[in-house]
Design a protein around this ligand. Structure first.
Ligand SMILES: [Zn+2]
Length: 84
């Protein structure tokens, strides 16, 4: 594992727990949890990055009629909003 300074609190605590766990079973258990946590963090980051890319792409073709732009073009369509 390369040293990183952007570890979150959970990472820090888990790393310490792994370091100080005396029972082998316990250590494995924490390592498993730690890996799951890292994986989750990676998924969040990927999701975030892909959303940025998508937003940029959407912005580029905002003036064109593309399928992804349907939501921006609702003014020409009919919208019926009913308030009670
Ligand atoms: Zn973390």
């Amino acid at each position: 594992m390369s040293p990183k300074s952007d570890l979150c609190e959970t990472c820090k605590i888990m790393k310490l727990e792994i370091q100080y766990a005396t029972e082998h079973e316990k250590k494995l258990e924490i390592i498993e949890k730690y890996l799951a946590h890292l994986n989750r963090a990676k998924q969040e980051r990927d999701y975030y990055n892909s959303n940025i890319k998508r937003a940029v792409e959407d912005g580029k073709c905002n003036l064109n009629t593309t399928e992804s732009q349907v939501l921006y073009k609702t003014f020409k369509g009919s919208a019926h909003i009913i308030y009670d």
